[in-house]
Design a protein around this ligand. Structure first.
Ligand code: DGY
Length: 326
């Protein structure tokens, strides 16, 4: 910590909502990034060293791999990320250096679940296609047979991952009359399942589901889990929703399934390598595409920032992190 002040020294890597930055300034000797420049790993290390940072407040745009982690200054004791995803942080490398890592899982739940439902409804009702028809001036007379969508009611929604967000999606989908099934490594307690049907394998879940939504973190196990084989387990005319991470999908295989019509539609908020993404998605009328806005609401971004700061506050008060990773 600084000799001039007893406040811990914090480097904030991205611009955050005003109330969050204000809190950071109040509690810490904080260096902010008002221009919201995306720093390279080298710049981040350089700034953290120059600031003699005790703590980092980062976002999912900062990739802290083992190499970067090893170059961060010796003063650094804790990292908190304004995200539920932690795949941008090499947790083993942080642990090896004795750096505590916190995140902001709870704050992201409702907004992400809302967005999954938005994509699900858009995909089922072909909202994106219909909007394109209207915008291009091709709206003809009402008819009873063309461009029909599908009712979500009565369909089985297969949730891949039934953590906080998966369960919040289930809660919302039940209001649309959907039946809930899920797959993850461990079966939930009956109370948390709330009537959802557990499947011990992805194959069994996919064979039983008409609509599938991904809510798993990015890990070596989930990497590319949506591929030609797993898509072939889905019934003809199924729908895929992804608000988790893009690297869980093999783009070639999903695009082929959407092109052939085997998959009726997809709703995607996340992409491998974003903000770059496979441009072939743009030619698919049956894909609703959003630029990773799962948590983009005023309330959610405020709370994510405050929760991430709460981790740091607890740490420097000598208490366990509010939301420790792992
Ligand atoms: C997260 O918090 O990991 C989300 O993907 C951000 O929207």
């Amino acid at each position: 910590m600084s000799l001039a002040t007893d406040r811990p020294r914090l480097l904030v890597t991205r611009r955050l909502p005003p109330a969050v930055e204000e809190r950071a300034r109040t509690l810490f000797e904080a260096e902010l990034n008002p221009a919201d420049t995306l720093w390279s790993a080298g710049e981040l290390v350089e700034r953290a060293s120059r600031h003699r940072a005790d703590a980092l407040l980062i976002c999912l745009t900062e990739r802290l791999d083992a190499g970067t982690m090893s170059r961060l200054p010796g003063s650094l004791r804790v990292i908190s990320t304004v995200s539920v995803g932690t795949n941008h942080i090499d947790l083993a490398a942080a642990q090896a250096r004795g750096i505590a890592v916190g995140y902001a899982p709870d704050a992201t739940t409702a907004a992400t679940a809302d967005l999954a439902l938005l994509l699900l409804l858009s995909a089922c009702r072909r909202a994106h296609e219909h909007q394109a028809i209207l915008r291009s001036g091709q709206w003809g007379a009402w008819n009873a047979w063309n461009n029909l969508g599908m009712d979500p009611g009565g369909k089985v929604l297969g949730l891949v991952g039934m953590g906080r967000i998966g369960r919040a999606v289930a809660q919302r989908a039940r209001a649309f009359g959907m039946r809930i099934a899920y797959h993850q490594r461990r079966r939930l307690s009956p109370e948390l399942e709330d009537g959802a049907e557990f499947h011990s394998s992805l194959e069994s879940l996919f064979r039983a589901s008409r609509i599938v939504s991904l809510h798993t973190p990015s890990t070596p196990e989930t990497l590319g889990q949506i591929n030609a084989q797993s898509l072939s387990w889905l019934p003809e005319g199924a729908v895929l929703i992804n608000t988790a991470r893009g690297d869980q999908v093999v783009d070639d295989d999903l695009i082929a399934a959407l092109r052939s019509g085997r998959l009726a539609a997809a709703g995607l908020d996340v992409f491998a390598g974003e903000p770059a993404f496979d441009r072939r998605y743009l030619d698919l009328p049956n894909a609703t595409l959003l630029p990773h806005i799962g948590t983009s609401t005023v309330e959610t971004r405020d709370r994510m920032g405050m929760d991430a700061i709460a981790n740091l506050e607890e740490f420097f008060a000598g208490r366990p992190l509010r939301w420790p990773v792992g």
